[in-house]
Write a protein that binds this ligand. Sequence first.
Ligand code: IPE
Ligand code: IPE
Ligand code: MG
Length: 220
Amino acid sequence: MKEPIPNHVAIILDGNGRWAKKRGQPRSYGHYQGALNLFRMAKEAKAMGIKVLTVFAFSTENWKRPDDEVDYLMTKPVELFEQYRDRLSELDFKVRFIGRRDRFSSALLEVIESIETATASHQGFELVIAADYGGRDEIERAFGHRLDKNDMQGSLMQPLDVDLLIRTGGEQRISNFLLWQLAYAELMFVSVYWPAFRKRHLKNALKAYRKRHRRFGGLT
Ligand code: IPE
Ligand code: IPE
Ligand code: MG
């Protein structure tokens, strides 16, 4: 029997700062290790048969953090994405970014757009990175004042409903992630910090997901 694998997994990558602090390191080190872990885990997700992985990397509220942390989070990825651009092509991932783009530097915008273009034709697995993303911002942008449920889904930056949401770092909240798309997602909160999250944790989550009974409001 073929085991059901969630089509779309979303992860709130939380706990970078606490992970680093526990090791006597600056928070930025946690963000760096967290970013490396993102590529590692995307590869694992693809190998497990997941089709779409949407990850929350920076929220519209994360600008409230101290300037040095925000600076790091906005500049380090330029370097990392540049290093990964060719590898992403080889890995056959499609990479897409959701969120606001008007507050990014031109260097960050450039690398984001070049990754999207370089991977646009890849099929089979998509990594969606939510950066300067807010669920409320997404809904406001999609509809402004008019709210027509019929074209709602198509106007969103991430039109796919989430099957499984995992949040690392132990907090049990959504923090303005995919508000609309999480309506019937199975939720899993794990205490492990994101930089320490590995293949076995994802496997365990998928195993637990298989035991969940999704009813979507019905009785079957
Ligand atoms: C998640 O880790 C990454 C971002 C929000 C950018 P945190 O930076 O929130 O780490 P903790 O939760 O403070 O440990
Ligand atoms: C949620 O984590 C946002 C991301 C992981 C990008 P936060 O650390 O910002 O969430 P709160 O502040 O604990 O709710
Ligand atoms: Mg956090």
